[in-house]
Every structure is written in structure tokens, then in C-alpha cells.
Design a binder for this molecule. Structure first.
Ligand code: IMP
Ligand code: MG
Length: 184
């Protein structure tokens, strides 16, 4: 059964760039003289984070964490820590940086994990958030764009580890040729 994948542009490079500039201004204002540490959630956030820090007008430091829950289109529902942070965040102002918040399971898991290190403050910035994300008992402080149900790729976001290198954000539709033919 052969598959056909179709990409449709959702957010252009220009639109993403403007949004990240706005987010960086907001964060720079909120964290003025607090020297936050930005913790990027690997792998998806690496491009967003790279653009975001270069637009911040304040001093900051950086680290990464990695969790996994997804395989292809589907969330496995079980979140696992794959790589922990490698610096001490006790008493630090932490900003967790995500590519997309879908069900919220990953961010919930990572927040709980990082809170054990007793940071002075904790906030979350995400480039994308699904409209349907269930109510979380903590805020998502900075949100780039809200997205619907469609699966999105590009600008760091993947499908089976591919498409991360695309400069803009696309929706990915997958058709199975055989099914299409069967449907007539
Ligand atoms: P959650 O735990 O359901 O909130 O899923 C969060 C993670 O799933 C994100 O960090 C992404 O890595 C991945 N993910 C969810 N939706 C998409 C998507 O549409 N495209 C690419 N990755 C996604
Ligand atoms: Mg991710």
C-alpha cells in the first residue's frame, strides 16, 4: 500500500518571524534583569528556541530536556524522560520552551519533573497550542499560534523524524493510495 503525503502551508516564514519577535519582546519585558534559563524540549523546539533567544534583549542561559510520547501521528499517552537537564535550576527563573502542546501530557510531566528542582519561578512558552488541549491546572504563559486538529510539520516539528528542516509550518495530510482506490 503506497502512501501519498500532502503538505499545505499553514504559517509562512514571515508570519512565524513576526510572532517570535512579539513573544521575545513580551518575555524580555517580563524577565527584565532576572536572567532566566530557557529549557528547550528536544527535539521539536530547537529551531523555535534558536530564533527566540536571538531576539531576546535580556541576559539568559540555556539548557535542554528530552521527553518522548509520540510515534508517527499518534501519542502513545505515556511520557518518558529521555534526557534530563544538566545544570542546577534551584532558585532560577525557568522558562520551558515547547514546539507544540497537544494533549498537554508532555508539558505536565516535564513541569512536575522540573518543579522538584525548586526553581524560583516557572513559565512555559510554546510556539503552537491546540485549541482542544484539555484544561491544565497551570498556565501556558506565552503562546505563539493556536492550531486545530490537523497534524503539523516544519520549523522543527516532525512526522517520523522528517520535515523538521522546512522553513515554514505546514499541515500534513496522509492518504493511502489503496484505500483511496477502494473508496472509489
Ligand atoms: P502532548 O504530550 O500530547 O501535549 O504532545 C506534545 C508533543 O507531541 C509535542 O512536543 C510534539 O513533539 C508532539 N506533537 C503533537 N502534535 C504534533 C503535530 O501536529 N506535529 C508534530 N509533533 C506533534
Ligand atoms: Mg516536542
Amino acid at each position: 500500500m503506497s502512501e501519498i503525503k500532502k503538505l499545505s502551508l499553514l504559517f509562512s516564514k514571515e508570519k512565524i518571524d513576526i510572532k517570535i519577535t512579539e513573544l521575545a519582546e513580551e518575555i524580555s519585558k517580563s524577565y527584565n534583569s532576572r536572567e532566566p534559563i530557557l529549557i528547550g524540549v528536544l527535539n521539536g523546539s530547537f529551531i523555535f528556541l534558536a530564533d527566540l533567544i536571538r531576539k531576546l534583549s535580556i541576559s539568559c542561559t540555556l539548557d535542554f530536556i528530552k521527553a518522548s510520547s509520540y510515534s508517527g501521528f499518534l501519542s502513545t499517552g505515556k511520557v518518558e524522560l529521555v534526557k534530563d537537564i544538566s545544570v542546577d535550576i534551584k532558585n532560577r527563573h525557568v522558562i520551558l520552551v515547547e514546539d507544540i502542546i497537544d494533549s498537554g501530557a508532555t508539558i505536565k510531566f516535564l513541569r512536575k519533573h522540573l518543579m522538584n528542582f525548586v526553581p524560583r519561578s516557572f513559565s512555559i512558552v510554546t510556539l503552537l497550542k491546540r485549541q482542544k488541549t484539555a484544561n491544565l491546572d497551570f498556565p501556558i504563559d506565552f503562546i505563539g499560534f493556536e492550531v486545530k486538529e490537523e497534524f503539523v510539520v516544519g520549523f522543527g516539528l516532525d512526522f517520523d523524524q522528517k520535515y523538521r528542516n522546512l522553513g515554514a509550518i505546514y499541515t500534513l495530510n496522509q492518504y493511502f493510495k489503496k484505500n483511496e482506490l477502494e473508496r472509489g
